[in-house]
Each structure stands twice: as C-alpha cells, then as structure tokens.
Ligand binder design. Sequence first.
Ligand SMILES: [Mg+2]
Length: 364
Amino acid sequence: MLSSRVSLSVAATAATPFRFISQIPNSRFLGQKKMSYLSNPISSSAIPKWNLKMEVSSGSNFTTRASAQPLKNADELIDSVETFIFDCDGVIWKGDSLIDGVPETLDMLRSRGKRLVFVTNNSTKSRKQYGKKFETLGLNVNEEEIFASSFAAAAYLQSINFPKDKKVYVIGEDGILKELELAGFQYLGGPEDGGKKIELKPGYLMEHDESVGAVVVGFDRYFNYYKIQYGTLCIRENPGCLFIATNRDAVTHLTDAQEWAGGGSMVGAISGSTQREPLVVGKPSTFMMDYLANKFGILKSQICMVGDRLDTDILFGQNGGCKTLLVLSGVTNLSMLQSPNNSIQPDFYTNKISDFLALKAATV
Ligand SMILES: [Mg+2]
C-alpha cells in the first residue's frame, strides 16, 4: 500500500512538463510481507540546478479500484484505444522464448491501425540491443518503438538540458553507456569499474571527478563497494549532482528457478549512503509515459498498458491515466491478483496477449 510518495514536477525544455514519482519497492521478494514505505524528505542539496523546478508533496494518493475483470470482449478494448504499450518479459517473451501467439497478435493490432510501443525497466540493454532481441525472436519491431529504462535515463538528461561539459557516473551495465553515448553525454564508470577494489590503508582517500553532475544507477551484476563509494562521493560532494535511478524493481528473473535481487538493491545502497531519494525514470514513474505521449501526440486515455507485474506495469498505466490489462503469462498469477494483500487492480486481466485473437465475446 502506498503510504507516501514524493512527486517531482520537472519543467524541462519550453513547456514540456514531465512528472516523476519515486517508486515504491516491490514487497514480494523472498516472501516478505508488504511494507509501508516512507520517502525521506528531499533535502535542499538534492535540488538540481539545471533548469529544474521541483514540487514535493507527500501523503497518500492511493485510490481504491474495483476488482479487475476478466477480459471478455477484446474487440471492445482494442477499439477503445489507439496505442498499446507492452511490457516485454512475461508479456512478449519469457527469457529467450517467445510467448505463444505473439507475432500474430501484434500483426492483428497493427492491421487495425494501432500504435505499438514496447517498454522495459531492464536497463542492461540499449534500444538497439533490444531491437536485435526482437529480430532474433522473429518480431518485426522498429527501434523507435522500444523504450528501455536505459534510454529513459538519457532522455531524461536531455529533457533537462543536462550540460554537455558535465559527466555522468554510471552504476549499471552496457545499455546505459550506449544510450548516453548516443545522446552525446560524457560518462564514466559502468562495467569498467566492475573489477575495481579498494585497498584500505591508513589515511586513504578516494578521489572523484568533480565534474560529475549526475549519477545514474541501474541493475548491475558487477556492483561493488568501489562503485558505491564513487557514486556516493559524487552525489554528496558535487554541488547539484543528480541521483537518477532507471528503476527500483525489487526482483528480477535472471533464471526462472528463483527471484534475484533487482535494480532496487543497487539504488537502495546509494540511497542508504547518501540519504537521498532518486529520480526514477523507469516504471512505475510516468516519465516514459509522458515522453511517449509527448513524442507521438497521444492522449493517455487512448493508451492501454499491458503488463505482467502489478507494482510496475499496472501501476505505471494507472499513474499515467491509461487503461490497464494484466496478463497472467509472467510473474503474476490469478491468486496473487485476487489476494486480499494486493491493492493494485488493473481494469482487465487475461491469460496472454494472444487471447486478443480469440476473445471476441467469449469468456476467458
Ligand atoms: Mg514483465
């Protein structure tokens, strides 16, 4: 349950307002019960100085919704929107396998004139790298239709006119570096710092680059103490240094045998040492939604968000004012959706997206 949230309104360029919401951690990791989450108040030193206006609010804005309905008439839903935003893992594919019926479903939606967009919180790949994955799976998806949180981090920096003479320190994998490079930003860190160790001796002091103006944190399999200390020094000591998270997912699915610590664990370490909350650019923050709506000129009420996770995908759709469809082909099953502990109810649920092909007016 959302007990508090911090909203950051960012006046980017001209009159392009973006809205950011700090994420609420997933509480399903390792069987933990749901926990309330209180954001630390943002200190004045956290306010970036580049063309930003921030508005901090607190208090609950959780809205109780009616229970999700099984999708019975797919045509009605398809006709009611012009854009479908799909989460990828658990919706389009599972690991490296395509989910049944996906190509035919995407073809049918395109033939009916729908715009398709693919959004993922996974920051380890760039848009180009994701494009290759779609291609490998035999899906005809344009790079422009893919929005990964690695891209969102670079797009966010562009949206605030982050100075090109400042650098970005990256805690994360290759996807973030690739997107920063494409956007023309200078960066350091990333995989290169994965093998670095700190050898403590009396009086040892770690130097850091004072021209780092932003630290971007994403999922990082080579996370270490060097990176924590370097990122912490930049955020604490460089005036106005931004702290940006690609996502705060508690868990990820490196293998299908168990849940693995997700990007939220890296973000949590930096948040713990800096006592700062990050600007989150991935789901469920609405940055990507706002960016998409702005880029394509779409009304958010004309979007249906389709995902397999309640606390990222469905919340993302709801935060953006979109219609929402939960598919049970990924991490959420029906009993989790209907559990009294779950407070996030999509508009509809169904087994998998290819149900669109079968569900004219039948039942699930
Ligand atoms: Mg997913």
